[in-house]
Design a protein around this ligand. Sequence first.
Ligand code: MTE
Length: 329
Amino acid sequence: MLIKKRSGIEIPSSEITPQHLYLSRRQFMAGAALTTTAGLLAACGAGSPPEDANGAPVSSGDGSTAVSATTDELGDPLNTYEQITTYNNYYEFNTTKDGPARLAKDFPTSPWQVEVGGMVKNPKTYTMEDLLKFDQEERIYRLRCVEAWSMVIPWQGFPLAKILNEVEPTTDAKYVRFETIYDPDNMAGQRNRMFPWPYVEGLTVEEAMHDLTLLSTGLYGETLLPQNGAPIRLVVPWKYGFKSIKAIVKIELVDYMPISLWMESAPTEYGFFANVNPEVDHPRWSQATERRIGELGRRPTLMFNGYTEQVGHLYPNPNDDTNLNPRGT
Ligand code: MTE
């Protein structure tokens, strides 16, 4: 079952698309859901889906599009499939924007397991087949990179909370630590010692349990491509993009604040919370505005990337640098 949500607010699908389009889309997506596992096992680097004039994939079956809306809830257009899959940050491959699409093409994403443990009552190792059994929802989110570019992306996935509820964190667990696969044979970037691999990120348990916090397995109705973090990556839309860790193999509940790869690599520039905040500049550039990929000019950065209504309560003192300053904790 697919549930269409935009930034965590459930919107009846009838409000998003004309009824006949919605119904035919449901049929397409139901088919897509059934075939996702097979697709993953066959070829994660499957070729591009058919595209419309704007570069967005369309289903080949019934002519309906693979997404429920063409804008986010603020009315801004989705970035194209082409943009989302060819302009990437994935330092395990290289540090250019166009490199990951090329270099990650044959990255093996199957078989894959995600080990969930630490301070939990029921530790569990999930296969991708297990993870794809959770209802895959569509979420249209803005992704704001700390480098001051952004995109609007129609993800598929399921709330991280669904897994956390199954494994049941103990009362001592305060943070969630995530780890990317360490696979230097297949990730050339991990062979250079510039960074302390594997990539690590963290959230508080409260942040991790928030309904906006997604584990994504696809976008635009297609199985996630390697460059976007296949087969499973985190998406935390109110935080700078580096928190949205790709190719996750380990999720651990802990009682200490995890040190992320970026905190370790550049502690004067990157902190734990890393909430999007136009008022706190990166030490080397302003965060007041951003460049939406595909647009000319710049647009103002929104506090919490436009998700204040949903997450503002998690940060009772918005002027407290501990919560908002990307430079330190
Ligand atoms: N996860 C891993 N493992 N390695 C990375 O280099 N880059 C991060 C994040 N997750 C990164 C990662 C950064 S800086 C951003 S902005 C987003 O992924 C980019 O996601 P995208 O390439 O799907 O747009």
